[in-house]
Design a protein around this ligand. Structure first.
Ligand SMILES: Nc1ncnc2c1ncn2[C@@H]1O[C@H](COP(=O)(O)OP(=O)(O)OP(=O)(O)O)[C@@H](O)[C@H]1O
Ligand SMILES: [Mg+2]
Length: 389
């Protein structure tokens, strides 16, 4: 992956590591604060929105970053010609769906029984107060749609799982529309994790269909309704096809953020172009780090590098430190402390049997510690997302 190599060498060079490339210094290509949003004449989010949506953010001072290779310009669609409706495609082959076993609960039966007994004796008042505080953070009103981008330094570490958990948490707590958007065309797992049985329209389709005249009800006709509320937009129809491009990502997120109070974006791994753009333009970022020596080490390099940018993006970043195996050998507390040295907030997401099993995530089957960590992660991300004007 040539670009990936360049990006990681850039990070190392920024950090003064010997493995940095010999070529001349270039500006850091990743992450800047979004610029203030220009006024948008159209009505916006139901209830709270002022109808504004932000432009792409201003880049920090200094020379322009590497020009990104842009995909071929899409031929504009004639708006008078209706787009053919794509067929509905199952997210899991029906023959495999039949083979899906019963999902396991995140907590063992013994643990759940012990907890019920403890609950009878614990202070209910304190628990209610804590829950109310978190709910208030998650329900903060927004004037314009907030975008929270989820990414990681490598694949398979739990980005889609964290995105699905966040999307469902926001949807549970908020009364305004919430969208979970897949910006990872590499046959991502988000639709399955969100419980979608089939998908039809993709980001690339919507990039051609969306017009400023559309109402929320028009737009949701192209989205997948999630069983317990909220909406999903997949990156593809689950087939090997063209990867998503930056132009499509920008067009879709800019158009959709006026309808949704919160959009959670499940990005490809860094340093992919779409992931970098998503991180650039998001109001808050969640970096998923696996609890392994190599995962924490790599994530720390990225955080150190973020901190050196002219306008540090760290203040709007949260790390989700995930344990995707019960057999980890790295001490989770030491791992979190290592990452916190950068000043970033770290929320550990424990190993959960229900999440490990794959398939649709059922929030009622999550372990208690997983539920608590998810709500905290969502609150931390939301706090940062509303701070940016
Ligand atoms: N907290 C957790 N507890 C147990 N298993 C987990 C947890 N988080 C993730 N996993 C496991 O890790 C697998 C990969 O997760 P996921 O698909 O979310 O990763 P990803 O980063 O989106 O991958 P990709 O880069 O391929 O898109 C899941 O199928 C699940 O089995
Ligand atoms: Mg994924």
């Amino acid at each position: 992956m040539a670009q990936g190599g360049d990006w990681q060498r850039d990070v190392l060079r920024e950090l003064g590591q010997p493995d940095g490339p010999a070529r001349p210094a270039e500006p850091p290509p990743l992450l800047v604060h979004p610029a203030p949003a220009p006024a948008d004449p159209r009505p916006g989010l139901a209830g709270a929105a002022s109808g504004q949506h932000p432009d792409p953010p201003a880049r920090p001072p200094g020379p322009a970053p590497d020009p990104q290779p842009q995909p071929a310009v899409r031929t504009p669609r004639d708006p008078r010609v209706p787009m053919p409706t794509p067929e509905s495609v199952p997210t899991v082959d029906p023959r495999l769906a039949h083979a899906l076993g019963r999902p396991q609960h995140g907590d063992s039966m013994a643990r759940r029984t012990g907890r019920s007994v403890r609950k009878l004796t614990a202070s209910a008042a304190q628990e209610v107060a804590e829950q109310t505080g978190v709910a208030r953070e998650l329900q903060q009103p927004v004037t314009t749609g907030r975008v929270i981008a989820v990414t990681s330094i490598r694949g398979g570490v739990g980005k889609s799982t964290v995105s699905a958990l966040l999307g469902r948490t926001f949807n549970h707590y908020r009364h305004d529309p919430v969208l979970t958007l897949e910006a990872d065309a590499a046959l991502g797992t988000l639709p399955v994790r969100m419980g979608a049985e089939s998908v039809r329209w993709s980001c690339a389709d919507l990039a051609q269909i969306l017009t400023p005249a559309m109402q929320l009800t028009d737009v949701t006709g192209y989205l997948v309704p999630v069983a317990d509320g909220g909406w999903l937009l997949p990156a593809s129809q689950g087939r090997v096809g063209a990867p998503m491009d930056v132009r499509t990502y920008r067009a879709v997120t800019l158009a959709l953020r006026r309808y949704f109070a919160v959009t959670v974006v499940d990005c490809e791994s860094l340093p992919g172009d779409v992931a970098r753009t998503a991180m650039d333009t998001a109001h808050a970022r969640v970096v998923v780090a696996p609890t392994t020596a190599e995962g924490v080490n790599g994530t720390r390099l990225v955080l150190d590098w973020l901190a050196q940018l002219p306008h540090s993006a760290l203040t709007s970043t949260v790390v989700a430190l995930t344990a995707s195996s019960p057999d980890l050998i790295l001490d989770a507390k030491a791992a979190a402390a290592h990452l916190r040295e950068t000043g970033v907030t770290v929320v550990p997401l424990p190993y959960d049997r229900h999440l490990a099993g794959g398939g649709p995530i059922r929030t009622d089957m999550l372990g208690e510690a997983t539920r608590d960590a998810t709500v905290r992660l969502a609150a931390e991300a939301m706090q940062r997302a509303v701070r940016v004007r």
